[in-house]
Design a binder for this molecule. Structure first.
Ligand SMILES: [Zn+2]
Length: 131
């Protein structure tokens, strides 16, 4: 069973507010499915708590508006930011680190949310901290 929908990964309040169609292209949709299949769903199954996606795919306009990195993996559907109610990012990262879940980058962003990315065949398994 899957707990995630592609629409969740394309939802963006900033896109709605600015009347931008934050729709992914085929390649990004494919990347998002991998992100769900190899990262998000395994994390959901492991932690057994709802995962709140705060940002998934970002089209170029949305990424510009939120001042995302020019080469952000969010632009190609390879990354998602998420929170889990009642858990600190460091705690979530530790659990993922100690599992066999595959990922490219796992970033504790400002102690507020977790950024995870997946790049098929090119996962670096990097763990970083921002802010
Ligand atoms: Zn991110």
């Amino acid at each position: 069973m899957l707990n995630f929908k592609l629409s969740e990964l394309m939802h963006s309040d900033i896109a709605i507010k600015n009347n931008i169609n934050n729709m992914a292209d085929l390649n990004s949709l494919d990347n998002m499915l991998n992100l769900i299949f190899y990262c998000l769903q395994p994390i959901r199954n492991l932690i057994k708590k709802p995962i709140i996606i705060t940002s998934g795919f970002r089209c170029k306009k949305v990424n510009e508006l939120i001042k995302g990195a020019l080469n952000s993996q969010h632009l190609v559907g390879e990354a998602a930011d998420f929170k889990i109610k009642g858990m600190k990012p460091a705690e979530i990262i530790k659990i993922i680190k100690n599992s066999n879940i595959e990922f490219d980058q796992l970033i504790n962003e400002y102690n507020s949310w977790v950024h995870i990315s997946y790049k098929k065949g090119k996962n670096r398994k990097q763990i970083l901290s921002l802010g």
